[in-house]
Design a protein around this ligand. Structure first.
Ligand SMILES: NC(=O)c1ccc[n+]([C@@H]2O[C@H](COP(=O)([O-])OP(=O)(O)OC[C@H]3O[C@@H](n4cnc5c(N)ncnc54)[C@H](O)[C@@H]3O)[C@@H](O)[C@H]2O)c1
Length: 330
């Protein structure tokens, strides 16, 4: 069993590679070359948490896997990540576990990469201004992914706690300085998104985090945070105004995310602008953006296929580069 830590993964696998891995994952998912059961969510009400079991099998790789990932929003006050995870890969020629990866970092990497893939495919090529709402555990990879696919002059950043935004902006200025982009603290979420060409929301919010009527024509939006029916960070207005809406999996989003479940239940939106899954665009079965005026929106709740494809590519590269620790049961 090859054990891979965050540092070892970072050493050998870039965001650019993760974005390509996620495109391949969505393509694999849409072409039916994977078995991805809907995940099992276990609510741990006593500690305000949820633990999710995300299994899957990818035929082309002969690899199956399961990610065990939890969402415990109170964890940061204990100095722990809100979304801790472990990824287990199995060699499906024998059914044996072949690798265990730091799933907390893998989640951040592949979730950023999913938005990166959608932004690369759907955002206008001449995008110049970005906005990021939410500065928690997922945020830095979301920012890195946005900058990997578009050359942005500035990104405006907002979240609830102004001190945390300031320290996040400092971190971005250090860790992502090679992008030559200005990172700015926004006074409000609406200040952040006004004039933005690319907007990413990655929060744990139960109420919409920006005013959809202020989004400019031609913008692209990534909705990343809401994965439960009682969570909502996108308002009805942006879902109505978006000309084209894409999903990692429309089926999964409509069964899990309050961004869509709540307004559909209240008859505030219809499905006329739902185009389909991003993998179908990558496969050439659906159209992406067709004009500079269109607002495009990508909603992701996260799929096991992203973890398995990205995890397998990391595992294979680690074997080739002799990175990681081998562990054998005696
Ligand atoms: N789509 C996916 O594949 C995927 C993968 C991993 C995590 N997630 C989800 O993304 C969300 C964020 O994850 P994280 O690890 O960054 O969480 P986190 O707890 O570390 O950070 C949450 C962030 O949201 C901000 N926030 C909450 N309410 C807000 C509001 N009303 N307005 C502005 N900002 C607000 C907080 O200030 C904080 O910056 C979670 O809901 C998580 O489940 C999705």
């Amino acid at each position: 069993m090859l054990l891979l830590s965050k540092e070892e993964i970072k050493e050998i696998f870039s965001m650019k590679e993760a974005i390509e891995a996620c495109k391949l994952a969505f393509q694999t998912f849409s072409s039916g070359k994977s078995i991805i059961p809907l995940r099992t969510n276990l609510e741990i009400i006593k500690y305000n948490g949820t633990t999710l079991f995300m299994p899957g099998y990818v035929e082309d790789f002969d690899i199956a896997g399961v990610k065990i990932v939890s969402v415990f929003p109170d964890n940061p006050s204990k100095g722990k990540p809100s979304v801790p995870a472990t990824m287990i890969l199995m060699d499906e020629t024998t059914g044996e576990v072949c690798s265990i990866l730091d799933g907390t970092y893998l989640t951040q990497l592949r979730t950023g990469a999913a938005s990166g893939a959608a932004t690369d495919i759907l955002a206008r090529k001449n995008s110049r201004i970005g906005a990021l709402i939410g500065t928690g555990g997922q945020a830095i990879c979301q920012l890195e992914a946005m900058l990997t696919v578009r050359r942005l002059e500035e990104v405006r950043i907002f979240s609830r706690n102004s001190e945390r935004v300031k320290s996040f902006v400092k971190k971005a200025q250090t860790d992502l300085s090679y992008f030559d982009t200005s990172f700015l603290v926004a006074k409000s979420s609406d200040d952040a998104i006004k004039d933005a060409d690319i907007i990413t929301a990655v929060t744990t919010s139960k109420q919409p985090v920006f005013d959809g009527s202020l989004v400019k024509a031609g913008a692209h939006i990534n909705g990343v945070g809401s994965f439960m029916p009682d969570m909502q960070e996108l308002d009805e207005e942006i879902i109505r105004r978006a000309n084209k809406i894409y999903f990692d999996s429309q089926e999964a989003v409509l069964s899990e995310s309050g961004d869509f479940i709540t307004p559909l239940k209240n008859n505030k939106i219809d499905k006329n602008n739902f185009v389909g899954d991003l993998g179908e665009v990558i496969n050439g079965d659906l159209k992406g953006r067709e004009s500079d005026k269109e607002i495009t929106l990508f909603k992701t709740v996260g799929l096991a296929v992203q973890d398995i494809v990205t995890g397998t590519m990391i595992y294979k590269k680690a074997l080739k580069n002799k990175v990681g620790q081998n562990y054998y049961f005696k």
